[in-house]
Design a protein around this ligand. Sequence first.
Ligand SMILES: *Cc1c(COP(=O)(O)O)cnc(C)c1O
Length: 397
Amino acid sequence: MEKLAIDGGKPVRDNFLPYGRQKIDDEDIKAVIETLQSDFLTTGPKVSDFEKKINEYVGSKYCVAVSNGTAGLHMACFACGIKEGDEVIVSSMTFVASSNCVLYLGGTPVFADIDKETWNIDTEDIKRKITKKTKAIICVDYTGQPANLDEIKKIAKENNIYVIEDGAHSLGATYKGSKVGALVDFTMFSFHPVKPITTGEGGAICTNNYDMYKKMLMFRSHGITRDKNEFKETNTGMWHYEQQILGYNYRITDIQCALGMSQLNKIDEFINKRRELSKIYEEKLKKIKGITLQKQLDNTQSGRHIFVIRLDLEKFKVGREKIFESLIKENIGVNIHYKPVYLNPYYEQLGYKKGICKESEKLYNEMITIPLHTNMNEDDVMDVIKSLDKVLDYYYK
Ligand SMILES: *Cc1c(COP(=O)(O)O)cnc(C)c1O
């Protein structure tokens, strides 16, 4: 058996392979420089051009681009009227932003468990957790595979509540042949550097609802309107604008939107690459003892944002931590997505307890995210597989 790098052996790779990374080309750089030389650095023509381009790509009617995806979730929750006393059902297997947005408005996140196989929100658990106070459901397209949107919409309709889709992983993914973005009340996308496309920081909310769109526009910029049809005051001067609600400064810049448009030109290329690499992973990893993969449904096509494997820990002499550390030492940038949100100290201090979502907790204890991004090639994928083979082989019982 080969000596592991953690024990002083030679690592599989000489250089570190990160789990995710942006891909920026000359076109992207040119687009940013041109904007820097133009009249507008922020809230110029590029913001609405970018929004239009997102609408065209996902098939939504309206889009509000914002400073980051978290701001987008906050904005959508605001548009739904979430306030103190309201409950919002949130998937537990997600980044903290998916439920922090509820707390920002004084609402109460109620965590739902995940399906054993798809690792997306379990619709049966949503039904169990709905009460008279429930105002919305925030589902997550975990790893890029769309959640069970039709069933979620059905539950929402029966209970007269909103659906907010956290699509931070799923720009370009399809559900029953349609791209996510216009399939529920709101869909959020994130343009953080590890996400499907990037603007540095950035995000967007897509919706088909005009009234919600107008509310979000105001919320993005301090709650101010400059549209005279909306003014409450009369006989005003030309300079007049009104703050009508308490909003934030969640604006995105023209510089970022120029980058976003250039990136969006390449989204299909990016996603195809992710899908090709994932296919190799699936074929090879199926054959490694002790690894289970996420079930991919026939009616979805994942955006393949991250690749998560699950370890059957009973087959190993050591725990997940040791395997994780050993892979890092082989220069494989593994990661964990995610610790169930409510296990964070802040949520524990709010009263959330271990055991609320058993499947999420079980997955969290057994998962490892392996590298997947558009700068990788087949050799990189083979390095990851080789490292997994090497490390797991060493630790089998
Ligand atoms: C990245 C991410 C967010 C937050 O997006 P930002 O643009 O970083 O604010 C929210 N939810 C999920 C699932 C994410 O992966």
